[in-house]
Design a protein. Structure first.
Length: 422
């Protein structure tokens, strides 16, 4: 494809798919959106670190700058927030990385981030949560956290099916629900907002399948399906039912064990075949407690969208906050890596924001490409930098022994450690 305002780097090759497998060259073209707000600071810093780690392990990614949010408005015009060129570049090259985006009022999107995920059918939002030595944490034993959350990315509240109070549409839906469906004593009188919460068999099963496959491939012991099915029986409860069907029907018993009645039973009461991944269910409200009290008992969590949002953020808080929490969105042979945190416009352009989350999101992308050695080098170098006390302002204010450095200086320190560790 030819682009108008996007420059395709010379010498790079596309990531492709052949025979249902990803084909990754040593010099892949990787589209990158620096992002809004602090994206202008953390984007270039992360790119420098990722390039250094790749080169030290014998690879040569070619970064292709694409635009969304403010950078798109600057490049394409004030009414363009998500250019067709950007979407097509991400679709064509299959992998990409982006910084935080802010959706402006009146942009035509509920969220630019959600628009990208839905347009590219990136149905699994994956967030590994692990502790890095030297990061201040409110927990007594943050090192016990080593969890990966799989959050459904296309339906539930992300479907965006809702009606505003006072509109003709909301009254139509209300009348239908009360008169046709029989819920005539359920809703309060007066103005009301209404929404639908779609949870499908397709969306549920493909997410749970992705989580189970990840657990098998990465020697994880357990997948926990988290939902509020005791109350929302036909949406979240059905997510749990469909998820357990995947575990019970699609994998050999000695590979995956669907724990019977696990919603109400303790895991030590279940007889699990040796070396099998156990799949269990837990209620979402209780899980927020167990994540803190029994952190080391959980490996992989799979859940509908809204629960996944809450629980993954809560997990990130246990290991020091969203400023260091990585994430990525996966679809059918597609990966869009992005950090969990927002754009923090008040900090933009000050060269002080922490790029760790974007760097570690890049690590996820590299591991998706099969570059596990590059990913390990990135993690080790980031941890060495933080543990030595060389940190940005957000961590420095929580450590008495810290050397506060700028975003640029922090990235340079990580690059130095990459060179030393390689």
């Amino acid at each position: 494809m030819s682009y108008d305002k996007v420059e395709v780097p010379e010498g790079g090759e596309k990531v492709t798919v052949e025979n249902d497998e990803l084909q990754v060259p040593e010099n892949p073209i990787i589209p990158m959106i620096h992002g809004d707000g602090i994206g202008q600071d953390v984007g270039p810093a992360a790119q420098k670190v990722l390039q250094k780690a790749a080169e030290e392990t014998g690879r040569d990614p070619h970064w292709m700058r694409v635009y969304a949010g403010q950078s798109a408005r600057d490049k394409y015009g004030e009414d363009v927030n998500l250019p067709d060129e950007t979407v097509e570049a991400l679709r064509e090259h299959r992998v990409a990385i982006k910084g935080p985006l802010t959706t402006p009022v009146g942009a035509g999107f509920r969220s630019l981030n959600v628009a990208l995920r839905q347009t590219l059918d990136l149905y699994a939002n994956v967030r590994p949560t692990y502790y890095l030595d030297g990061v201040p944490s409110p927990m007594k034993a943050p090192e016990e956290m080593d969890m990966v959350t799989f959050r459904e990315n296309t339906e539930d509240v992300y479907a965006g099916i809702e009606w505003e109070q006072g509109t003709e549409e909301v009254e139509k839906v209300r009348n239908f629900v009360e008169d046709e469906m029989g819920f005539d004593e359920t809703m309060h009188e007066g103005p009301i907002g209404l929404g639908l919460k779609p949870i499908s068999e397709k969306g549920s099963k493909r997410l749970v399948r992705e989580a189970i496959d990840y657990a098998i491939e990465n020697d994880r012991d357990k997948v926990t399906l988290v939902h509020k099915g005791n109350i929302m029986k036909f949406t979240e409860g059905q997510f749990g039912t469909w998820g357990m069907e995947v575990a019970d029907e699609e994998y050999p018993d000695d590979e995956v064990f669907a724990a019977p009645d696990s919603l109400w039973e303790e895991q030590d009461e279940v007889d699990i075949p040796e070396d099998a991944v156990m799949v269990e269910e837990r209620l979402a409200d209780a899980m927020l407690q167990w994540m803190q009290l029994r952190t080391d008992e959980f490996d992989v969590l799979a859940m509908p969208n809204l629960n996944g949002d809450y629980l993954s953020d809560a997990a990130g808080a246990q290991i020091g906050g969203l400023g260091i929490a990585p994430g990525a969105n996966f679809g059918e042979h597609r990966c869009l890596a992005e950090p969990v945190h927002g754009s923090a416009p008040k900090r933009a352009g000050q060269d002080k924001a922490n790029p760790t989350a974007l760097i570690l999101s890049g690590r996820l992308l590299f591991e998706y490409l099969g570059w596990d050695d590059t990913g390990k080098l990135i993690r080790d170098a980031v941890e060495e930098t933080i543990s030595s006390g060389t940190v940005t302002y957000d961590l420095a204010r929580q450590r008495e022994d810290a050397e506060k450095v700028s975003t640029t200086e922090y990235a340079e320190a990580i690059c130095d450690n990459i060179e030393d560790l390689a």
